[in-house]
Design a protein around this ligand. Sequence first.
Ligand SMILES: [Zn+2]
Ligand SMILES: [Zn+2]
Length: 347
Amino acid sequence: MQAARLHEYTDDMSEALSIDEVDRPTATGPSDVIVEVEGAGWCQTDNHIIEGMWTEYVEQDLPMTLGHENAGIVAEVGEDVTTVSEGDPVICHPVQTCGTCRPCRLGEDMYCENSQFNGLTTDGGFAEFLHTSDRAVIPLPEGVDPTDIAPHADAGITAYHAAKKAVHELNPGDTAVVIGVGGLGHIGLQCLRAMSAADIVAVDLKQSARDLASDLGADETIDPETEDVASVVEEFSGGVGSQQTLDFVGRDQTTALAPDITAAGGDHHIIGYGGHIHEPAQGLVFGEFSFRGTLVGQYTELQELVALVDRGDVTLHTERHELGDVNTVAERLEHGEIDGRAVITPP
Ligand SMILES: [Zn+2]
Ligand SMILES: [Zn+2]
C-alpha cells in the first residue's frame, strides 16, 4: 500500500514526506483493528513532527508514516474484538491505550503508561490502511461521513477538551476569549457556544477568520494588528477581563496577553504551541490566574464530540487533498494559507 512517510527531520516542508510502497498492516493481535483510511487530517503538529520538535518528548523510529487524525472503514479485526466489525465506519482516537494501568482505569487515556500514538510514535493514517486497536475506535452514527469528521480525532478532541475545561469555570455572562480561529479554534469556538452561555470574543489576524468567528457565534471580534486586545476585552467585559481564554496560537505574542486580559482567578489555556511563556511569577500571584496545558483528550470526550457533530452543533470546515499532495499541504499550512482543515484522502 502507499504511505506518506517521514525519513528525515527537516524545516523544508516542500520535501517533508515521501510516498513509499509499504506492507499493508494486518490484525495479528487479538484486539487489533485495521482501518481503511477515508480521511486523515493534516495538523500543525505534523509540521512540528517533521521539524523534529517532538524528539525531546517521545521516541520516534524513522521512517514513520505520519497522520494522527484518522477515520475510515473497519477492514479487519482481531479475534477478541466485539465492539466493531468489518465494514463499520469509525473515527480513531490517536492513542492506543492498554486499559489496565491506573490512568486508563481513571479514563485518562492520554496519561496511559503503555500507549502508542499514531503518526507520532507509531505509523499513522497518511496511508491506505491504519493499524489501531479496539480501545481507540468509535463507531460513527449513520450519516456522519468519515472523511469529513477525521480531523476531530485530534483537532476536534483537543479543542473540545480545552473548551470543556473552560466551560466548567464559565458562568452565564462571563467572558471567554478565543485566540486564533483556524483549524482548532473554529471548533473550540463552536464547542464553547454549544456548552456555555458565556460571551465570546474571538481574536485573529485574518479578516476571513474573524468573519468565520462571527458566523459561528462570536459576540465580538478583534484584529490584533489594528486594535489593542486588552482594551477591547476590558471594555467588552465591563472591566472584568476574560474568565477563560483558549489560546489556539501559543506564540510569545499570545501568551503575553494573559496578564493583561485574564480576569482574577481565570485561566489561559495553551492549546497551540511553538512559543514560550515569559511572565513574572508575581503576575500570576497578583492576578491569581493560571496557564493550563491541553493534550488531546479522553476517548469519552471524543464520543461526546461525535454527539455534538451528530446534533449539528459543531461543523468542520475542510478541504480535501490526495495523498501525493502532502508536501504542498505542509507548505501551505506553514504559510497560514489553509482556512479550516486540510484532509488527506488516501487512494
Ligand atoms: Zn493533530
Ligand atoms: Zn494504560
